[in-house]
Design a protein around this ligand. Structure first.
Ligand SMILES: [Zn+2]
Length: 255
């Protein structure tokens, strides 16, 4: 009778072990034991989830070694998936009252102050009650309003980026000679290693400050390692151990 109970317990443990989550370099990999001959690794959209199926009798150390040997391949696949997520909204905003807009990782109620006697020039401001207000003459068209919004985003980023670069230069032991902000369709940032110049996507103004900092650090890391090699990701893990969470946040909250 006792042995029967023990047997049941063993079976339970076996069942539990059929699927387990292995953590390597801040990455969670779902490992499933199956009736297979080979190890089969796959990366899935939309979040870049990593799955591995393995034969029943494989040792944990072998699984770990296998995953480690495939890390740069996994990162490349995740990068491809990330590129498929559009960085700008499918439907361009009209910039009229009742819309929602994003700024520094927060969602704002947007309103236009459609009067022609407001003080100063056309602009966008965050009001004291936390609304995003566009001061604009009512006859100004969508293109004009879009330019105003982009100027607001650009000014914000131009205020944030120098401090981030100054913070990370001594920590990373690199020097950024020049930097800029531009609208990019497929990348959050880029780095010209030869000229030590980094570019940041204007869309980052919508994202949290942590996400902005992550991209600045990513691009600055290219000054130490040009390619997305294992060394590159090792450096990122040292500088910013939680960078993968921020990367996921960038993709997940696509606005
Ligand atoms: Zn890169």
């Amino acid at each position: 009778m006792i042995s029967h109970i023990l047997l049941e317990k063993d079976e339970l443990i076996l069942k539990k072990e059929k699927q387990q989550v292995v953590h390597i370099e801040n990455m969670a990999i779902t490992v499933t034991k199956k009736k297979v001959k080979n190890l089969n690794l796959s990366v899935h959209s939309p979040d870049g989830e990593v799955k591995l199926s393995v034969p029943h009798h494989i040792k944990n150390a072998e699984i770990q070694d296998f995953i480690k040997s495939k890390l740069s391949w996994i990162y490349k696949q995740q990068e491809k998936i990330n590129k498929r997520v559009p960085m700008t909204p499918a439907k361009p905003p009209a910039y009229t009252t009742t819309e929602r807009h994003y700024f520094a990782g927060k969602e704002y109620y947007f309103k236009t102050l459609d009067i022609d006697c407001f003080e100063g020039k056309s602009r966008v401001e965050i009001s004291v009650v936390g609304e995003m207000v566009m001061f604009v003459n009512p006859w100004k068209d969508r293109e004009y309003r879009e330019k105003l919004m982009k100027a607001f985003y650009r000014d914000y980023l131009k205020g944030e980026i120098p401090g981030l670069i100054a913070k990370w230069e001594p920590l990373m032991g690199v020097k950024v000679e020049d930097w800029g902000v531009k609208q990019m369709k497929t990348r959050w940032g880029s780095c010209n290693v030869k000229d030590k110049r980094i570019w940041l996507n204007l869309e980052l103004a919508k994202k949290s400050q942590d996400c902005l900092e992550y991209i600045v650090v990513h691009e600055m890391t290219h000054l130490l390692e040009r390619k997305h090699s294992n060394r590159f990701y090792d450096l990122m893990d040292i500088f910013m151990p939680h960078w993968r969470e921020l990367k996921n946040e960038l993709v997940r909250l696509s606005f």
